[in-house]
Structures are given as C-alpha cells and as structure tokens.
Design a protein around this ligand. Structure first.
Ligand SMILES: Nc1ncnc2c1ncn2[C@@H]1O[C@H](COP(=O)(O)OP(=O)(O)OP(=O)(O)O)[C@@H](O)[C@H]1O
Ligand SMILES: CC(C)(CO)[C@@H](O)C(=O)[O-]
Ligand code: BAL
Length: 280
C-alpha cells in the first residue's frame, strides 16, 4: 500500500491510475480503524480497480469542548489493517495541508436543512466541517465512487445531497452498519467506554429494535414512542440527546404510517456520545 502524505504525492498516484484507465474508489476515515471501516474497504473493492483511503482527524468538525485532542490515533495498526484488506493507497494529510490559511478563514460547504437536524442541532458546526472536508477530499482524490457507513446515517444523507447540489461526478455507496456480537454498532469512540459502560451500551440498539417492532406492529403515536424510548435509555444509564422517528430522505420527524422511516438516536454514557439508527 502506498502511503501518500502530500498533495503532490496524492495527485501523482491518482494521475497514474487514471491514465491506466482504472476506476477509483475512496474511503474517507478519521482512523483508529475497526471492522466497520474494513467493511467499507471490502465493498469499495467491489466497485473499482483501486481503493484509496484517507485518515484525517478533521479539526473543523469537532466542537470546542469535544474530543479532538484525545481522539485515538493508531496509524501503525491502521496501516496493517488496510494492508490486510488490500487497500492500494492511504492519504494522510495534516491540518496544515488541509487548512493552510487556518480554520477561521477557511471557505466552507454547508448543506441546509439536513445539516441542521439531529446531530447538527446538538453539534453546532459539525456538519459544516464534515461537508467541507469531504468536498476538499473529493476534489483532491477525484474518485469515481466513495463509500460511507450507514452508522452515520445523517452524514450519509448530507453527503448525498452535497454531491447532487454541487454536481460532484461521484457515486456514493452506503454500507450497512457493522455490529459487535451483542448488537453495539462498531465505532472508534466505543474505546472510551469503561467495562461497565460497554455492558450497558448495547441497550441503545435494543431500544431501537423495540421501537421498530412497535411501529411495525402498527403503533403510530411516534412522539409518544420517542418519549418512552428516551425514558428507557435513561433507565439503562444513558443521557439521551435525541431519539427521533424520521422520514428516510428528509430526516424530518415522521408523521404518518406510509412514509419510509428511520429511527435516529444519540445518547451519552458518561462522557462518550454514541449514535445509532435503524430503518423501519
Ligand atoms: N460500524 C460501522 N459500520 C459501517 N461503517 C462504519 C461503522 N463505523 C464507522 N463507519 C464508517 O466509517 C467511515 C469513517 O468513520 P469514522 O472514522 O468517523 O469512524 P467511527 O468509528 O464512526 O468513529 P466515531 O466513533 O468517531 O464516530 C464513515 O463513513 C462511517 O460511517
Ligand atoms: C467522513 C469523515 C471522514 C469526514 O471527516 C468523518 O466524518 C467520518 O469519519 O465519518
Ligand atoms: N463518524 C462521525 C465523525 C464524528 O463524529 O466527528
């Protein structure tokens, strides 16, 4: 696997592949890779001749009091994992490469409406940081396809909207959530959990499944189901942020039985904020 730590090296690699007529898939990440990330890499191989990943802990998408400094950085293990999954290249830019003039004066990309809901409401500026860095990475890599996890359901919807609105010639593939045997969605932030919190954590997915079962069984007072779910999360030791039964495309709150739905949830265990979702 070629490790590319400058824009010049990245562009040279991309040019070589493009001149050979090869199709390129891109998997952007923040590193500390787990089987969810490796699933993205495996799926990326099904869509292209070459797979390039990026690892960049993007300061622009972290709030002032969030975990930018303590976010796990495990480059050697990540390289070993990506090599085992036959990734062809890894782009590892620094903040100075991505934001040479500094974050305060950086031009940005913002997706209205979708970006303001759910995680956008709790994490001001988060999705502006995500859509800006993903646009920059798309312009640098210029892939044919890019893979994103459905675990970050709202992020995936925002990227799809951005690609349409800004006419990026890139196909976006959504990859189903990889879970631990007890149902917990794999996430780098799971590493912050204490042993006791790790035991409590699967309750988030269990409650999502219960609410899905209730909706499928015909319950349609969605606001009451949301309130009940938040009470159950609290009883299970979480501090719920949101638990919303939403429309799959607009992500606005679902109102009636025939809309395609997704249940979106975020809740904290101690200082660790977990998200998960389930389509109905
Ligand atoms: N369990 C998972 N299954 C499938 N895709 C995943 C999973 N976890 C993360 N991804 C995807 O991997 C990509 C990179 O995500 P990221 O590096 O933020 O990992 P993460 O584990 O979600 O980290 P964090 O704990 O910070 O949210 C995103 O497209 C994300 O949706
Ligand atoms: C898409 C992404 C790599 C942009 O920094 C990040 O939000 C993530 O890891 O999901
Ligand atoms: N996977 C989402 C990235 C973030 O929480 O910043």
């Amino acid at each position: 696997m070629n490790i590319l730590d400058s824009v010049a090296a990245l562009r040279a690699q991309m040019t070589t592949w493009r001149q050979a007529g090869e199709r390129i898939a891109f998997v952007p990440t923040m590193g500390n890779l787990h089987d969810g990330h490796f699933k993205l890499v495996d799926i990326a191989h099904q869509h292209a001749d070459r797979v390039i990943c990026s690892i960049f802990v993007n300061p622009m998408q972290f709030g002032k009091n969030e975990d930018l400094d303590k976010y796990p950085r495990t480059l050697d293990a990540d390289i070993a994992g990506l090599t085992a999954h036959q990734a062809d290249a890894l782009f590892t830019p620094t903040p100075a490469i991505m934001y040479p003039r500094g974050l305060e004066v950086q031009s940005y990309v913002e997706v209205p409406l979708l970006g303001d809901l759910h995680c956008g409401a709790s994490r001001a500026g988060h999705f502006r940081g995500v859509s800006t860095v993903v646009s920059k990475l798309f312009n640098l890599v210029q892939p044919d396809v890019a893979c994103f996890g459905q675990k970050d359901y709202q992020q995936l919807a925002i990227i799809r909207q951005m690609v349409t609105d800004l006419s990026f010639p890139i196909e976006i593939i959504g990859v189903p959530t990889e879970r631990a045997a007890d149902g917990l969605a794999l996430s780098s932030r799971n590493g912050y959990l204490s042993a006791e919190q790790r035991q409590q954590a699967p309750a988030l997915y269990q409650i999502l499944q219960q609410v899905k079962a209730a909706i499928v069984a015909g319950q349609h007072d969605y606001r009451a189901l949301e309130q009940q779910a938040k009470a159950e999360l609290t009883a299970a030791g979480f501090r719920p942020d949101y638990f919303n039964i939403s429309h799959q495309q607009t992500l606005t709150l679902a109102q009636n039985a025939n809309e395609p739905k997704v249940i979106l949830a975020a809740a904290a265990l101690g200082n660790t904020r977990l998200i998960d979702n389930l389509e109905v």
